[in-house]
Ligand binder design. Structure first.
Ligand code: KMH
Ligand code: ZN
Length: 303
């Protein structure tokens, strides 16, 4: 079977990293829009988007804040818009799905299990912070529970079902694959599902290539031909995991949400720089990168 082009997703800002950690991390709506457009121009066919408080980069899931950058992104690119439903550890699932319900994008994330979700180790690197909220947010994260119960998943799926949105099923560990299989068996999701294998989040499976093989084998067993997949390696695992996934027939996710670096010890200048790097690697290794319309076709999006 001919190799399909590789879909690059770029996750522009997320809810983990904070402004002190990198000047490149966008949080003002215009900066989020500028970086999203540049990432699409560099080769990302899917843009995974969170909102940030415009004045200090704090985490927000307020749909009005999404409204400050989404129209520009939609007007200026052909890329698939993917809105996060996981962007807050303190809000209910009803609140977390509100942006996707309001904007009815082609895709949104859906997190497939509850877990500890810590970014505590990041806090140790900093003595001073640009904004007061950052220190506490990061330092207290070792007490975080990222709640995604079966009832939450079912609730999100049912609320979003009329919108025909394709989910990026976030799987941080092997058990989450079994959760997804169960949800498919009870009729919550239609095949083919799109799975994001996530490695290197403290609380989830570690960033060892053995684990990527294990996740892929397990998914093959559970889903057969009924799934498409992509890989997200957190931090320093981003480029090695994306490269490996692209050579295994998978798709890739990069972006400042997942890693602030461009190479070991060097901060990325932008999301587009990461997209350009993985694109160059994929093409140098003889594969093609998907256009937005090819991504729509491969994933069966509503368009
Ligand atoms: N931050 C990532 C590890 C979401 O937005 O729903 C996964 C993520 C979750 O992107
Ligand atoms: Zn996200």
């Amino acid at each position: 079977m001919a190799r399909q082009p590789v879909i690059i997703t770029c996750a522009i800002t997320g809810a983990i990293h904070t402004p002190t950690m990198s000047d490149a991390l966008p949080y003002a709506p215009d900066d989020i829009a500028d970086q999203a457009v540049a990432a699409a121009e560099a080769g990302a066919s899917i843009l995974h988007l969170h909102a940030r408080r415009p004045h200090d980069g704090g985490v927000t899931i307020d749909p009005d804040v999404f409204a400050a950058f989404l129209p520009r992104v939609k007007q200026s690119t052909e890329a698939v818009i993917n809105i996060s439903t996981g962007g807050s550890l303190t809000n209910t699932i009803d609140e977390r799905v509100a942006p996707a319900l309001r904007f009815s994008p082609e895709m949104c994330s859906l997190n497939m299990g509850s877990m500890n979700f810590s970014f505590h180790p990041l806090a140790k690197r900093y003595d001073t912070w640009k904004f007061d909220w950052e220190r506490d947010y990061v330092a207290k994260s070792d007490g975080n529970i990222f709640r995604n119960t079966f009832a939450d998943i079912e609730n999100a799926a049912n609320q979003l079902a009329p919108h025909d949105i394709k989910f990026e099923h976030e799987c941080y560990d092997v058990g989450h694959l079994y959760n997804l299989r169960f949800c498919m068996d009870i009729g919550l999701f239609k095949a083919p599902v799109f799975i994001q294998f996530i490695f290197g989040i403290l609380g989830g499976i570690g960033a060892d290539i053995d684990n990527l093989i294990f996740m892929k084998r397990t998914a093959d067993r559970l889903f057969g031909d009924d799934y498409r997949w992509s890989v997200l390696g957190a931090g320093g695992a981003q480029m090695p995991f994306a490269t490996t996934a692209s050579q295994m027939g998978g798709n890739v996710r990069v972006g400042l949400e997942d890693s602030l670096s461009i190479s070991r010890g060097k901060l990325a200048e932008s999301n587009a720089q990461q997209v350009a790097k993985i694109r160059r690697i994929i093409e140098d290794l003889g594969s093609e990168v998907a256009t937005p319309d090819q991504a729509r076709d491969i994933l069966g999006l509503k368009g």
